[in-house]
Design a protein around this ligand. Structure first.
Ligand code: PRX
Length: 698
């Protein structure tokens, strides 16, 4: 339970200035509202829902659910009977009712300094309607799934909200994923259309996105799932046509027909541009399609529990899970968490550095901020390009007030000391946020002291793709902070800590983090596999949603996430399943068996340490090592590239043949204290592995 009084010692507080304007400015007020959200959720959320537009009002209970597998099917229903459209709430409502038509929705900052665009709410509404009409003209209907594989550009937001406008379900695939991963996701959600771009730059590196998209579509075709249409945005613009036309094929077949018309025109620096292969039977040009499309589009009114989007997240069995979120609950939850956790005020300029391809970008670049009529920075580039001051340069350029990033970025920048930060003023900053993995107290202190100059509270937000929005988090002007703790639950969220036998622990304790009841934004199912949803999150401890994270509660009631307790790794804030990497490795003919574990990494949090047992007659060498790394990169994406690969003639197994990963983790870290290994079938394997350890990562 939440303590009555906040602790006074060893805690940090937000500034008095922040408290003056804050929505929730004391711990007591937080506690009072929290109790209301639990004891009277209908009234609590009902009041919030009044701010939104509903075509029809909900009838009955605000939330109806079953979290207990022993009592029947798991379900969560929020605001049954209500109908609405999120794009209407995010755009029309802001333009027409709140008179925000000229307010900036996004400052787009390109990879290259100087590449920039400003988009107002009115413009965003028009562009969303226009593209929604395009989708309709291509036969996309309510309930159809549309796959989006795009860089961080305004059109990505336009594409997602155009789907929402017509009730189609978007499935965004992070543009860093491989063609294979894209194909797998397109097929799993049976998408009828793909939206992509010619390419983009990440720092100095050109990513030829269209080539990857084509490769993915070819794989889909080979597997008997032809996707009929692919819409391509010209992001790298006009120059594309000059260098992309290969000599072998006739230009009409190879180039995007509308490349002459440069509508985007924002990438100023001349750079090599990607090859743009063109298949006229499938490919359509974004710019050609929107020409002449009306910028008015009546929204499709959706039921509360209609699907909104699917977003894939790694699953411990290896196959990614399509997490499904639905309309009303997700809208209310992301809007409310955004407003209260960042203490959003109308004159804020907010910047979340995540990619929209991940849940953080969905909830806290698109849905939450737009629902509040906020102005955000949408950044295409990297924190280190062209130099390590880029973040702070952007903060000063746009006068960013609320800033949200990941511990891995903080640790990376921390390595370069305070000088690159202090080159910029950062006077506008008021609240700092972090997400994605536990933040180590040293990084927290640096963020608080150096970046925020002890003025800005740090909101350490714990949540998951599945939770839709923040579930454990401080409120900046109400919660005294402890570096490294995600502090207390958000409104409507009831956490508990269980031991291995499923008993709930009281007071200071450590165990499995679970939630006792749903909140509006929690996922509803795994797309196409409700059974997997129940097994993954509800079977282990009937009656609870199981997060998969370990957690400690201290004497003051603060929650501290201790990390994953399943076979998932968190590399730079991205969850990866060890099984997925292992299966990519064993697909190589030289590999007979693979076992992957995490090894602590000073910047990434965890790095991938892979043990491979080779097939008979194969010898291990540098070429094979490079091939294996490439194999994983191509199967999953660059984020999964192994840091270490060790030749393992044998793996430590129990007599029943189970790999003892606990022992492998120790070997990866060169820790000799192995605990009890009496169940190992052959102990000599362990010594051999210690002797062959990898000492350097590339
Ligand atoms: O292990 C937790 C970690 O990230 C996992 C969720 O990953 P994903 O679904 O990709 O979503 C990431 C962005 C919300 C969690 O199960 N995690 C996320 N935020 C924190 C965290 N661990 C500790 N502290 C956090 N603030």
């Amino acid at each position: 339970m939440i303590p009555d009084k906040a602790p006074k010692e060893d805690v940090f507080h937000g500034s008095e200035d922040l408290k003056k304007e804050a929505h929730i400015n004391s711990f007591e007020k937080y506690k009072e509202l929290y109790m209301k959200s639990i004891e009277n959720p209908d009234e609590f959320w009902g009041d919030i829902a009044k701010d939104f537009f509903w075509k029809t009002k909900h009838t009955g209970q605000f939330l109806d659910y079953n979290f207990d597998v022993t009592k029947g099917e798991i379900f969560v229903k929020c605001m049954e009977g209500a109908s609405t459209n999120i794009s209407y709430n995010l755009l029309d409502r802001n333009v027409h009712e709140r008179k925000l038509s000229d307010k900036v929705a996004f400052y787009w900052e390109g990879n290259e300094p100087g590449d920039e665009l400003t988009v107002t709410y009115r413009e965003l509404l028009q562009r969303v309607c226009q593209f929604a009409n395009v989708l309709k003209s291509q036969g996309v209907k309510k309930g159809d799934r549309v796959s989006i594989y795009m860089p961080m550009v305004v059109e990505l937001v336009v594409a997602m909200l155009a789907c929402v406008r017509i009730g189609a379900v978007h499935s965004i695939v992070f543009a860093g994923f491989s063609a294979e991963s894209l194909c797998e996701r397109i097929m799993d959600s049976q998408c009828s259309l793909l939206i992509t771009a010619d390419g983009f730059y990440r720092g100095d590196k050109l990513i030829n996105l269209k080539l990857l998209a084509d490769e993915a579509l070819q794989k889909c075709r080979d597997k008997g799932f032809p996707v009929e249409k692919c819409i391509m945005l010209k992001h790298l613009s006009k120059e594309a046509e000059e260098t992309s036309l290969g000599s072998q094929s006739p230009p009409a077949k190879r180039s995007c027909p509308d490349l002459q018309e440069k509508q985007t025109g924002r990438v100023k620096k001349t750079r090599p541009v990607p090859q743009v292969p063109w298949n006229p039977e499938v490919d359509l040009c974004w710019h050609t399609l929107i020409r002449g499309a009306s910028d008015e589009c009546e929204p499709e009114w959706c039921e509360s529990e209609d699907p909104l989007f699917i977003l894939y997240t790694s699953g411990s069995t290896g196959k990614p899970k399509g997490v499904l979120h639905t309309v009303s609950g997700y809208m209310l939850y992301t809007a409310t968490t955004f407003k209260l956790v960042f203490d959003y005020q109308p004159d804020d300029v907010y910047w979340c550095t995540a990619d929209i391809g991940w849940i953080t970008g969905h909830s806290y670049i698109t849905y939450g901020p737009l629902a509040n009529g906020a102005t955000s920075v949408l950044f295409e580039g990297l924190p280190t390009y062209p130099d390590i001051s880029r973040m702070w340069e952007i903060v000063d350029k746009y006068h960013v007030t609320k800033f949200y990033t990941a511990p891995t970025a903080i640790r990376l920048l921390m390595k370069y000391g305070s000088e690159p930060v202090q080159k910029y003023k950062r006077e506008s900053l008021k609240v700092l946020g972090t997400v994605g993995e536990p933040i180590n107290p040293e990084a927290w202190q640096w963020y608080y002291n150096v970046v925020g100059e002890r003025r800005c509270p740090v909101v350490d937000t714990f949540w998951q793709t599945e939770t839709g929005g923040h579930v454990l988090t401080p409120l900046p002007a109400a919660t005294p902070m402890k570096p490294g703790s995600a502090t207390f639950p958000f409104f409507g969220v009831v956490p508990a800590i269980l031991n291995e036998s499923g008993e709930e622990l009281e007071g200071p304790s450590e165990g499995y983090l679970v939630f006792k009841q749903p909140w509006p934004g929690v996922m509803r199912t795994v797309y196409g596999n409700h059974q997997r949803f129940e097994t993954t999150y509800f079977k282990k401890f009937p009656g609870f949603y199981v997060t998969g994270d370990g957690c400690r509660r201290d004497k003051d009631g603060y929650y501290w996430i201790t990390g994953r307790i399943d076979d998932m790794l968190n590399v730079s804030g991205h969850l990866l399943s060890t099984a997925e990497v292992e299966s990519a490795l064993v697909e190589h003919e030289a590999v007979a068996e693979a076992a992957v574990v995490g090894r602590p990494h000073p910047v990434k949090g965890e790095s991938l340490y892979c043990f491979v047992t080779l097939a008979d007659g194969v010898t291990y060498n540098r070429t094979l090592e490079a091939e294996l790394k490439k194999q994983v990169r191509e199967k999953i994406g660059a984020i999964a590239t192994p840091d270490y690969i060790q030749n393992a003639p044998g793996l430590p197994k129990t007599r029943s043949g189970k790999i003892m990963r606990r022992v492998l983790r120790k070997i990866a870290c060169d820790e000799r204290d192995l605990g009890d290994i009496s169940t190992l079938a052959d102990c000599s394997v362990v010594e051999q592995l210690f002797q062959n350890r990898c000492y350097t990562a590339e």
